[in-house]
Design a protein around this ligand. Structure first.
Ligand code: ATP
Ligand code: MG
Length: 423
């Protein structure tokens, strides 16, 4: 393999202050260090990187010693977070080849070949081969303004091509999350998939079921909350990965076309909000994506004699339970989802006595937005949303004004002693 070094088509000032400082800090201590991964890719595409990763031949412990604000995190894959100004730079030690490594505490694989631990260190050449995609294996030296491109990543960027490094099936077996990453980058960058990068998914897709649900939820957030949820969903569906990621009941619905339309509208809305830099919450999108399943199950319960509000409530509980077999949805989101669902039949009733109470509910606005989407997707007519639009105009200060319940709040880490916060 030849190491291709070339002058980079951008300059150091395109890079974050923090990343440049971290690279320089490591180089001053005698190590080699490069900005790597998404930031280099995005700059070559003329886009603004959202974060910066650095790769080095220093070990995590050596990295930590180079900086005042550095913390080693992770176990399966140790990395160091270096805080610089408001930024966090992720610094990783060059990964090496597992086959060549002595077995032991640094490398561990499951029976199916999934890597449970990846802390075998190596050279830059080996590190590049351990990365997921050619377009993510570009190294940039901020001091000399040079780019190292051993796997023709720049050519693939030019050709707008997602290509897994090595044999895709083996790489997916080592880490099935790479299949999700491939589709995420393809949707976000509008790049094509190289032939074997795509075909290998069919033979390894079931391995996604082995991924811990907490890691799958982290990945779900990247897939759905980064502004490209609609095209990503379409790709996931095409490759039959939705049920493996979110559970069977996501596609289960009474009126399939209407449900798909509701889900697509919710994703397009979320994507638009991200593009407009407006706030988004996973709770709303999750509530919309799983609503068809809730509706379906509630109908069955109603047929068994449960009143509507009770049926929606029980169905919501069951749907969240099933979803959590795949994704660890944090409680603050699942409670919100259930409030959004519980509010659906209540909004529909338009009871004058309940108006102020419902308007004040913390998740009223999200519940109203879901109602709007349901009306648009399901030809429900707009009587209900017109009613609540008028009420919101009449009582603008009331909307969402109820104090959040205690268990809606994310759990705060306990602060170190001596740091007393005002209530
Ligand atoms: P983003 O813009 O979403 O941050 P990124 O390419 O920087 O994209 P990260 O998740 O930040 O993605 O990962 C940083 C780099 O680490 C990637 O560019 C890739 O080289 C490598 N990487 C991340 N996850 C994996 C994985 N599962 N297998 C192999 N390499 C990976
Ligand atoms: Mg990144």
């Amino acid at each position: 393999m030849t190491q291709q070094t070339q002058a980079a088509p951008f300059n150091g000032s395109d890079f974050s202050h923090g990343a440049t400082k971290v690279v320089r800090g490591l180089q001053d201590a005698g190590f080699t260090a490069y900005v790597v991964g998404g930031a280099v890719r995005d700059l070559l595409l003329g886009q603004r990187p959202k974060d910066f990763d650095v790769a080095t031949n220093a070990t995590p412990e050596q990295i930590r010693q180079c900086f005042r604000n550095a913390r080693i995190i992770g176990r399966r894959f140790q990395i160091v977070h270096v805080r610089s100004g408001g930024e966090i730079i992720e610094v990783t030690t060059f990964r090496g080849n597992h086959a060549a490594a002595q077995a032991g505490q640094h490398s561990k694989a499951s029976e199916s070949g999934r890597l449970l631990r990846d802390n075998v260190y190596g050279t830059l050449e080996e590190d590049a081969l351990r990365r997921d995609l050619t377009i993510n294996a570009l190294y940039y030296d901020t001091s000399s303004n040079t780019l190292i491109d051993q796997l023709n990543g720049a050519a693939d960027i030019e050709a707008r091509m997602i290509r897994v490094i090595g044999v895709p099936e083996e790489r997916y077996r080592e880490d099935p999350v790479r299949m999700l990453r491939v589709l995420r980058f393809s949707a976000r960058l509008q790049f094509d998939l190289a032939a074997d990068t795509e075909t290998a998914i069919a033979s390894t897709r079931l391995m996604l079921g082995d991924i811990p649900s907490a890691r799958l939820f982290d990945e779900w957030l990247k897939l759905f909350m980064n502004g490209f949820s609609a095209p990503t969903f379409t790709l996931l569906k095409h490759h039959d990965l939705i049920a493996l990621l979110m559970g069977d009941n996501i596609g289960e619905a009474l009126h399939e076309e209407q449900s798909a339309s509701l889900q697509m509208r919710a994703m397009r809305n979320t994507d638009q909000r991200v593009a407009d830099r407006r706030p988004v919450t996973p709770a709303f999108l999750l509530a919309a994506l799983y609503w068809p399943a809730v509706e379906q199950l509630a109908l069955r319960l109603e047929e068994g004699g449960e009143p509507t509000t009770q049926a929606i409530h029980s169905a919501g509980q069951q749907v969240v339970h099933n979803a959590c077999q795949h994704l660890t949805i944090p409680k603050r989101f699942s409670l919100a989802m259930r409030d959004i669902w519980d509010l659906q039949p209540r909004l529909e009733r338009m009871q004058p006595k309940k108006i102020t109470d419902l308007l004040a509910r913390r998740w009223f606005r999200a519940a109203f937005d879901l109602r709007l989407l349901r009306e648009e997707a399901g030809n429900l007519g707009s009587q209900c949303s017109d009613f609540w639009t008028a009420q919101q105009k009449e009582h603008p200060d009331l909307v969402g004004s109820a104090r959040p319940r205690r268990d809606d709040q994310p759990k705060r880490r306990r602060r170190p002693r001596g740091n007393v916060r005002a209530p």
